[in-house]
Design a protein around this ligand. Sequence first.
Ligand code: ADP
Ligand code: MG
Length: 388
Amino acid sequence: MNATVIDPGATLGVLGGGQLGAMFATAARRMGYAIAVWDPDPEAPAHRFADHSLIKSFTDSDARKDFTRRVRAVTYEWENVPADLCEQLEHEVPVRPSSRVLRVIQDRIEQKIFLRAHGLAVPAFSVLSSPEELSRHALLGYPQVCKTATAGYDGKGQWKIGRAEDCAAIAQELTRTMRPGSRWILEEWLPFERELSILVVRGADEAMRTYPLVENVHEDGILRQTMVPADVPASVADQAAAMAREAVQTLDGAGVFCVELFLMAGGRLLINEVAPRPHNSGHYSLDACTVSQFEQQVRALCCLPLGEVRLLSPAVMLNLIGDHVLLATVSPAVQDLLREPGAVVHLYGKHVIRPKRKMGHISFLAGTPAEALAKASAFRSRFLPTRS
Ligand code: ADP
Ligand code: MG
């Protein structure tokens, strides 16, 4: 692997300009780099932190040439950027994680086949190549979940199937939303005990850093809350860390990765998915760690030494989703938050509020995870409705 150090002063490129791109840009600028953000959406939050904004389609070849001329290295803020583009960029500049890793990860089917082939436990699944195949998979039992192989996120592109009778309506929905080459993955809806995740950073020199295991709560497929550290036995945390490191090593990935896991009854762990980038469940690291996931993304991209991973405080992160952002940012909620010891507010500056859109988050830091949870729960029950 080409592991030439990229010194501060250089321009780093990021594909995708959402909040993850914005937090990467902020970390990179603090470390002395300039930033080029490429996102077709002029309203994308990261443009506000960019030295160069490219507001062009990802298929625009002039934009690609312009971007390549400006940047010394490229990363991306989520896995749904075109792998073909990353591969083309790779001819000119380092892209981390590589297009090869991105291709495996951005297709749920390829990702699960890869992990399973390398001995990593994943949920049982079936592959659908056409919507009509949906009803032939009753063997898995119900409930099941059907997910698009590509381009899904935050529970989008997923359908929970409660009973065999629901298949016809969902098959229609798959037909309505399908694109050429669409495939889907079908999984049993698992009665997991907890959802967990863990960040692993791997440098181009193959050095690794592992963050503490965290515990996540999702509603409607979207992350609501993360608690760090997870309240699980040390044996579970050790096993999760070992599986996550193995997954990233096997992928031969360079960059920040997040491994999402299901903890099943009896302590068995299954990998739900791997993200080739900083993750919403790692936002606690901005306020509660020596070095955040975004700073590690910069370090890994630039072949700098990876940072020490030390949890400075237990924390609970609450997402502000949809119109939560209004409820949480008008008096008296915001005044309470600003007075609350250990509460840190992050707002992404998105102008348009949509249901299920991530608008910001709050980290609650406290002496113990239970205290952090109590603070988050008190805020949540006072100011945020359960759905948004
Ligand atoms: P996304 O890319 O949208 O994050 P995931 O596969 O992680 O897709 O699904 C989102 C959430 O939906 C998960 O975090 C979990 O809460 C729930 N979920 C997904 N698959 C299953 C499953 N097989 N059984 C139970 N819950 C699931
Ligand atoms: Mg997920």
